[in-house]
Design a binder for this molecule. Structure first.
Ligand code: GUN
Length: 296
């Protein structure tokens, strides 16, 4: 079997169209949704993410503000910036790009964000609300994965989803979202990780496999059941002397081999990446509706 490609680029464009209508509706009421992003330091991958978020806002007509702070910014200073954004009425949602420099306590910063403006859904209140099935903001990458499954005709209801990776940003929340008694969920979920014994014996049971452990091309064809749906969350930069830039981006899945066995697969780039950005935009728009007492 050769897999059909689930194009995150195409699905994200369809969602952007839906968002354009919502943003026009808000603007007709005199409301401009606003999203702020705080970046501390000069990590090139983080700089790239933050640039992409700003571009996506501009393209949709979302007011965007990017606050770049030097790597030696104190925790106290960052907390005061968070406090200002909590109070700023032009900013409906915001996020602090992770990872933060080592001298800053990430949990302390996430705890300081107003849960009602937490566009990433990383505040413990929002993590808890997601888990109990009463979400306010869902984290963008796991929510994007759910949308890709549903919109490609692979509703996870009743399926066995095997998640590989247990990060707070992808593995844990995607498991929590897909196990809910809710539309686009109702899956049976297994979470495997770096300490799982005989990992392949688990991944081979997956009707849907979500690879989110950050190891280039780790998931091989013999680890996947024939006809499985494979979602690749990895973005790993690998050296490639034949590429113009000397490197290229690969996922956590050995794409060329796995696509001959899967029924559906997401590419890297052009898969989960574009979905993450558009789902963040959706959070900014829903935040603007909510802040004005309106239904999205
Ligand atoms: N770093 C990697 N992914 C993310 C994300 O989705 N949000 C934030 N704030 N930082 C990240």
């Amino acid at each position: 079997m050769t897999a059909k490609i689930i194009s995150g680029t195409e699905i994200a464009e369809r969602i952007r169209q839906e968002l354009r209508a919502k943003i026009a509706d808000l603007r007709s009421k005199g409301i401009v949704p606003g999203l702020a992003v705080v970046l501390v330091g000069e990590d090139p991958a983080s700089q790239q993410y933050v640039r992409n978020k700003g571009k996506a806002c501009d393209e949709l007509g979302i007011y965007s503000r990017t606050i770049v702070l030097p790597a030696d910014t104190t925790e106290e200073k960052l907390l005061s910036v968070v406090d200002e954004l909590n109070k700023d009425p032009q900013v409906h949602g915001f996020l602090v790009q992770l990872p933060l420099p080592k001298h800053i306590d990430e949990n302390k910063v996430l705890n300081a964000i107003d849960p009602g403006k937490d566009a990433d859904g990383f505040h413990p209140v929002n993590v808890g609300r997601m888990l109990i099935g009463d979400p306010l903001f869902l984290p963008a990458t796991p929510h994007g994965i759910q949308e890709m499954l549903v919109r490609s005709g692979n509703d996870p209801a009743g399926k066995h989803v095997v998640v590989v990776g247990r990060s707070n940003i992808v593995g844990k929340p995607v498991a929590a979202i897909l196990m809910q008694k809710a539309r686009g969920a109702n899956a049976t979920v297994t979470v495997a990780h770096s300490r799982t014994k005989d990992l392949a014996s688990f991944t081979r049971q997956g009707d849907i496999v979500i690879a989110a452990m950050g190891s280039p091309r780790f998931i091989k064809a013999d680890m996947i059941k024939e006809g499985a749906v494979v979602i690749d969350v990895g973005t790993n930069r690998v050296d490639d002397p034949t590429a113009k830039k000397g490197y290229r981006w690969v996922g956590d899945v050995d794409f060329d081999a796995v696509k001959e066995k899967a029924s559906y697969i997401t590419p890297v780039p052009g898969g989960v990446g574009p979905m993450t950005i558009v789902m963040l935009m959706m959070n900014a728009v829903t935040a603007a509706y909510r802040a004005n007492g309106l239904e999205y």
